[in-house]
Design a binder for this molecule. Structure first.
Ligand code: MSP
Length: 518
């Protein structure tokens, strides 16, 4: 085991609904980073799972005539199956109904209670049942919830409160002093704006069992269950206690990837909970944007919810994974449309990448039926054959390319990382055009060009691997490389100048068949 560790999480998804493009987005993004880090030599713990308690799930189960657990058991497979289809390499899948998780939640509740961080108070407030939260008079708009716009109820009852308010100043200071804690920058500013312009209240963390039975009972008062967010956020910690390899200290997580709508719960509730527990905060919370569909909000009532399974079936897993991270810079909102997806497939994937591979393989097959000749550095890495778009020479090119790629990945700029690779693919296509090996008579020159192309593609496949793992594998297979690309040393494999003599290329299927434009 190496001593470099990397712990990344996605939100745990509610089982009241089937997975859609929003769920797929966070999970694919986390998978890209997890795959990249593994090849960079890290021990990775990549966690995803489902959030199974609370009123939403209780209601969804009731509507289907099931108990909440029966319902959750059925729904959870929709997520697990989709992650399989999407080639997600999560190391663990947590369910908040796991006994071990419930045990940790109860221990933590007891600990906070013992430390005087949880207090019982009589309380009255305006409650939104669908959103499972209290609002103040100021928040409510004409008697309706400011979030879901449904009527709120006036409720008076005794409840338990986590004394969150006392951490307000400490949290502001923490966020200001730890620049990378909340990203992107605009989200950090939003949280700071929120914290600086209001007095933070305490957080009601219980629900009377009579109102919400489907939750974890408080260890110090069984008449109450715990607030679904309190239970859910703790998954990030509980999983390290029973789902992660125990010989490694996984805390604190490197990244929590979430959507922008659940930023407050993470940046404020979760951070202060950890402060109260004297635990380290995660190194980063990254809130990505939301997808609209054909310019409209995605919603069941509009009937425009994108089912990833349908897209994958029609256009393939890798095209979908690619699209999600290529279409919009991570952090900004984006729009999904079949047209835009087709544009990416026909353009960058079919015309550029697919074409580069098929013409390279065809040329090699035509000229080098016996495989590659033994590599001769003096011949194959000579300056005249340096592609014209790389002024520094190819070894130099591969070093600088790696630096830029690592920079983008380190900043979670997946869009730019892919853009960088696409730039190289376009460059290699130009190189084929310029060297025109089909018109060349000099055999040495042809060999040299073909080596350069094959070597370029071998390296490009490594860069594409985190985003499109099966495509990367197919490229290596067609080049005749037998190594398992998911187990390589990234930095080693992107170096220019491997000896690929003797490799027998195999003409394979077209990587991305063109799709009919709308
Ligand atoms: N269960 C909570 C999370 C608890 S984490 C401790 C939850 N679940 S959810 O299933 O409703 O949503 C999960 C994620 O899906 C959120 O990160 C949310 O931002 C994301 N998305 C939901 N709709 C989305 C889009 N239209 N676009 C992008 N992401 C979206 O919240």
């Amino acid at each position: 085991m190496s001593n470099k560790t990397f712990y990344i999480t996605t939100p745990i998804y509610y089982v009241n609904d089937v997975p859609h493009i929003g769920h797929a987005y966070t999970t694919v993004a986390a998978d890209v980073l997890a795959r990249y880090k593994r090849l960079k030599g890290y021990d990775v713990f990549f966690l995803t799972g489902t959030d199974e308690h609370g009123q939403k799930v209780e209601k969804a189960a009731k509507d289907r005539g099931k108990t909440p657990k029966e319902h959750a058991d059925l729904m959870v497979d929709n997520f697990k199956n989709l992650w399989k289809t999407l080639n997600i390499t999560n190391n663990a899948f947590i369910r908040t109904t796991d006994d071990e998780h419930k045990k940790v939640v109860r221990e933590i509740l007891q600990k906070l209670r013992d430390k005087g961080e949880i207090e019982k108070r009589s309380y009255q407030g305006l409650y939104c049942t669908p959103c499972e939260r209290f609002w103040t008079d100021k928040d409510v708009v004409n008697g309706n919830c400011p979030d879901c716009k449904r009527p709120v109820e006036h409720i008076e009852e005794e409840n338990y409160f986590f004394l969150m308010s006392k951490y307000q100043d400490r949290l502001v200071k923490y966020i200001e002093e730890n620049q990378g804690y909340i990203l992107p920058e605009m989200r950090k500013n939003e949280v700071l704006g929120f914290l600086k312009n209001r007095t933070l209240g305490d957080l009601c963390i219980s629900r009377p069992k009579a109102r919400l039975a489907w939750g974890i009972p408080l260890p110090f008062d069984e008449n109450y269950t715990t607030y679904v967010w309190f239970d859910a956020l703790l998954n990030y910690y509980s999983a390290t206690k029973y789902l992660a390899p125990s010989d490694i200290e996984w805390w604190p997580p490197d990244h929590h990837f979430i959507g922008k709508d659940i930023l407050t719960t993470h940046a404020v509730y979760w951070s202060t909970m950890l402060m109260a527990l004297d635990m380290d905060l995660p190194k980063n919370i990254f809130a990505h944007g939301w997808w609209t569909v054909d310019g409209q909000k995605m919603s069941k009532s509009l009937g425009n919810v994108v089912d990833p399974n349908e897209i994958i079936e029609k256009y393939g897993v890798d095209a979908f994974r690619y699209f999600l991270l290529r279409e919009v810079p991570f952090g900004l909102d984006g729009d999904f449309s079949i047209n835009a997806l087709k544009g990416r497939i026909n353009g960058e994937l079919a015309n550029e990448l697919g074409n580069l591979l098929s013409r390279t393989i065809a040329l090699i097959v035509k000229n080098k039926k016996e495989g590659f000749p033994k590599r001769d550095d003096t011949k194959y890495i000579s300056v005249p054959d340096t592609p014209t778009f790389f002024s520094e020479g190819l070894s130099e090119w591969s070093n600088t390319f790696l630096k830029s790629f690592d920079f983008f990945m380190g900043k979670l700029q997946f869009y730019h990382a892919i853009g960088h690779v696409v730039g190289a693919i376009k460059g290699w296509n130009k190189y084929v055009q310029e060297t025109a090996p089909w018109a060349e008579k000099d055999h040495d020159k042809i060999s040299n060009t073909l080596y350069t192309l094959a070597e370029g593609l071998r390296i490009i496949a490594v860069y594409l691997y985190p985003f499109m793992p099966s495509t990367a594998e197919k490229i290596w297979q067609q080049l005749g490389i037998e190594k398992d690309i998911s187990k390589i040393d990234f930095d080693e494999e992107v170096k220019w100048g491997k000896d690929i003599s003797g490799l027998k290329v195999k003409k394979g299927e077209i990587l991305f068949p063109k799709v009919e434009a709308l």
